[in-house]
Ligand binder design. Structure first.
Ligand SMILES: [Cu+2]
Ligand SMILES: [Zn+2]
Length: 264
């Protein structure tokens, strides 16, 4: 019995070896030829690009998107740190505001206003205007960057949406409606605000247009008359300036970002 079993085992071994030999020696069949093993899409192949895959070296060598690996018998490739680009300054525009003699007694009004486009689409508006009378002054982007006939030649409020006049927080407003600036008793208005509608590029771009400081307070279209829905009854144009591209400035930190402290 034992002899029979041993004989059967030997027979089976011989048979298996025979089959393996025949298979590996078989010249054409794709499934047994390592070169043609992958006959379905590579993403269905669990051995794709592993060391068990015959296509491993091929893919590693010729696929530029592949992470470099160390080939058998070769040292590991050097570590390549990720490319770090320097911070890009945000687009910034600037307007030099001057009195153009439109309103009597406004000769001393002057200042600079900068507009900085942030990543979330908000434009930061900052600057100072000096020489104003105390109180509120309408503050708008006007259609044109033209001062040939003083601030008058800057045209109406910048209004690409063809709506009526409003305040900066109103759902319907001119794109140029930036509200009021407030001058203190020293005649200086410190401007540090933001707007979600004006941009420095695209159809709402204010670059090349005019910025105007008015004599009176803007009523945001709530004055109850026709002129209120057109200009906010802001009165004469005390000072104005043409908005142009500014020299790139360092990025302005996000207001919510806490500054790093050196204390520990
Ligand atoms: Cu205006
Ligand atoms: Zn307006």
């Amino acid at each position: 019995m034992k002899t029979l079993a041993t004989l059967a085992g030997l027979l089976a071994l011989g048979f298996a070896a025979d089959v393996i030999e025949k298979r590996s020696a078989y010249p054409f069949a794709g499934v047994y030829n390592p070169v043609y093993t992958v006959s379905f899409p590579h993403y269905l192949n669990p051995y794709f690009d592993t060391e068990e895959s015959p296509s491993y070296n091929y893919n590693s060598r010729y696929n530029p998107y592949q992470v470099p690996t160390n080939y058998p018998g070769q040292p590991a490739p050097p570590y390549r740190p990720p490319v770090q680009y320097p911070p890009v300054p945000p687009p910034t525009a600037v307007a030099e505001i001057r009195s153009m003699g439109d309103v009597e007694g406004s000769d001393g009004v002057e200042g600079y206003i900068t507009f900085t486009q942030t990543v979330n689409g908000i434009v930061l508006i900052s600057g100072n205007v000096t020489g104003l009378t105390e109180g509120h002054h309408g503050f708008h982007i006007h259609d044109l960057g033209d001062t040939r006939e003083g601030c008058k030649s800057m045209g109406p409020h910048f209004n690409p949406g063809l709506t009526h006049h409003g305040g900066p927080a109103d759902p319907y407003r001119h794109v140029g409606d930036l509200g009021n600036i407030v001058a203190g008793s020293d005649g200086t208005a410190h401007i540090q605000e933001s707007d979600h509608l004006i941009t420095l590029t695209g159809p709402n771009s204010i670059v090349g247009r005019g910025i105007v400081v008015h004599a009176n307070k803007d009523d945001f279209g709530r004055g109850g008359d026709k002129e209120s829905l057109k200009t906010g009854n802001a009165g004469g144009r005390v000072a104005c300036g043409v908005i142009g591209w500014a020299k790139p400035m360092p990025p302005i930190p996000h207001p919510q970002q806490k500054p790093e402290s050196n204390e520990s």
